[in-house]
Design a protein around this ligand. Structure first.
Ligand SMILES: C[S@@+](CC[C@H](N)C(=O)[O-])C[C@H]1O[C@@H](n2cnc3c(N)ncnc32)[C@H](O)[C@@H]1O
Length: 271
């Protein structure tokens, strides 16, 4: 691969998914894209880049998909889900007693294990949430993949286990790129945005934090991945006391987010 091919691919990946590859990641590009080039009947990465430059949009989507890390699993890191059950949900159950509804956004939900883990945490609250309206919106950048893969992944086949229909029904899947506007999703009480910002540069992270702050309730909670933090990047959030990985809107910023700040139409349709 020539330096100009690498620069072209780096720039394209940055624009399309936010992925911030450093100058020394040619090996990663080679190892992830060579199988794709072969499958397309091409000699190597230079030929692949040439096709993409010529406007091969389906191929470009496949390249973005191949370069994105999708690793996820049920109850990943355990602690955020313990915090959710033991701290965040009990607090919201008190704070939302009049409204009896909770909205949770799982941004970058990959193949669904994270939002389904959240759904199970809600179920674990038992009678405390019975009769409540709970909504989990799971968004993911990859077009097409989640639904097909999820249907395949969650159907019982031989010794494999299928997730219960009531848990599945709790999660709405949508396509969404975090680089683009997401204010139309409405206001949330809890936002899981885990193990995705790590791939973005500082400016992109800061910008996403600002926009997340606008749709998180003043007493809402943001959960980040174990290797992620707002510290040194944004003052829109403050670490949640004694709960690693959790953050609250910074009161000193004069919170402008949440339902109060949503246009009425959006807030209403989100409920
Ligand atoms: C490593 S997985 C993390 C999945 C899950 N949040 C977890 O922690 O288990 C990162 C996910 O971020 C998604 N992603 C990457 N860039 C994105 C973007 N610009 N907008 C939305 N999702 C993106 C990828 O498709 C991938 O599914």
């Amino acid at each position: 691969m020539t330096p100009s091919d690498y620069e072209y691919l780096r720039k394209l990946l940055k624009e399309r998914s936010g992925l911030d590859l450093s100058a020394d990641k040619q090996y990663l590009v080679e190892s992830r894209l060579m199988p794709l080039a072969r499958k397309a009947g091409l000699g190597g990465i230079p030929e692949l880049a040439q096709k993409m430059r010529g406007g091969a949009t389906a191929l470009t989507s496949e390249v973005v998909e191949a370069m994105t890390t999708n690793e996820t699993f049920f109850f990943r890191d355990k602690i955020p889900f313990d915090h959710l059950k033991e701290t965040v949900l009990p607090a919201l159950i008190k704070a939302r007693a009049a409204r009896r509804s909770i909205r949770i956004w799982c941004a970058a939900s990959s193949t669904g294990q994270e939002p389904y883990s959240i759904a199970m945490c809600l179920k674990e609250m038992g009678a405390a949430l019975s009769g409540w309206r709970t909504e989990i919106v799971a968004t993911e950048v990859q077009r097409g993949l989640p639904i097909q893969l999820l249907v395949k992944y969650f159907t019982q086949q031989g010794e494999l286990w299928q997730l219960n229909a009531d848990i599945r029904a709790m999660v709405q899947h949508k396509q969404l790129n975090l680089l683009q506007d997401f204010s139309h999703l409405g206001a949330f009480d809890v936002i899981f945005c885990r193990n995705v910002l790590i791939y973005f540069d500082q400016d992109t992270k800061a910008h996403i934090f600002e926009r997340i702050a606008k749709i998180l309730e003043a007493d809402g909670v943001l959960a980040l991945g174990a290797a992620e933090s707002v510290v040194g990047i944004s003052d829109a959030f403050k670490p949640y006391p004694d709960r690693r990985g959790l953050y609250r809107p910074n009161p000193a910023r004069g919170h402008a987010g949440g339902v109060a700040a949503m246009p009425l139409r959006v807030a209403a349709s989100a409920r």
